[in-house]
Write a protein that binds this ligand. Structure first.
Ligand code: NAI
Length: 212
């Protein structure tokens, strides 16, 4: 596979390829053409070919794609074949909901600990994962080789907490706090705003209403 920069747009489509290929595998499909995949995914066959050509193609003329191979190669590109040790900062509603979602672990997301400033939460566990206080963070990150932190705290202190995470060696932040973080370039931040998706739904509903 060639080692070159892949556009964010392509990367953002890979999880969807991965999901569809996983479904095909579960259905016992061994190979698929780009046109068949394009029908199922509702994207053009040329888009699929272009996207996958970024990684060396994977397909063979006249054969199509080997589903198992493509699934595992995309999984590798996405880093799903590796273990990622994760902590959650903010053990409230959202933090606990993420902690309770066991299926993330199939993607190599291994939740090691949760952190909060509320002393009432100290020592409690969510699905067996301990809630610790922020003063335990430094040692915990080192001992458990933590790479990623999910930030599920209010935006008020999010910048300050993100800086503390970086100082302690965190490399990736899954940021649910509604604030843009200014961090060193080598820190990977993925912002999640569920409400954006909800607003898009609202918009689409209201634009449908207009056309009726
Ligand atoms: P919550 O109030 O149930 O939980 C927040 C937790 O963070 C509390 O346990 C609190 O003690 C802790 N906390 C506050 N400051 C902290 C700090 N400096 N260090 C460590 N822990 C700290 O709130 P909930 O419902 O879990 O939401 C959390 C945040 O996530 C909110 O700001 C909300 O706006 C945001 N959110 C974002 C979504 C998204 O799609 N991006 C979706 C839902 C919520």
């Amino acid at each position: 596979m060639e080692d070159r920069t892949i556009s964010r747009a392509v990367i953002s489509r890979l999880p969807r390829y991965y999901r569809y290929l996983g479904e095909l595998l579960n259905a016992g499909v061994e190979r698929i053409s780009s046109s068949e995949l394009s029908k199922r995914m509702n994207v053009t066959a040329s888009q699929i070919r272009q996207d996958l050509n970024n990684f060396g193609g994977f397909g063979q003329q006249g054969y199509g794609y080997n589903v198992q191979y493509l699934y595992s190669e995309i999984g590798k590109i996405l880093g799903l074949n590796k273990q990622h040790n994760v902590i959650i900062i903010g053990a409230g509603n959202l933090g606990q909901a993420i902690a309770n979602y066991e299926a993330f672990e199939k993607s190599g997301f291994v939740l090691k600990g949760m952190f909060d400033i509320n002393p009432n939460l100290k020592g409690k566990k969510v699905r067996g994962v301990p809630i610790c206080m922020m003063d335990e963070l430094k040692q915990f990150v080192k001992t458990h080789d933590i790479e990623i932190a999910a930030l599920t705290i209010p935006k008020t202190n999010a910048k300050e907490v993100a800086n503390i995470l970086v100082q302690n060696g965190i490399k990736g932040i899954w940021n649910f706090a509604h604030i843009d973080l200014q961090l060193p370039e080598d820190i990977v931040v993925e912002n999640v705003h569920i409400s954006d998706s909800l607003m898009k739904l609202f918009y689409r509903l209201s634009s449908q209403e207009k056309t009726i």
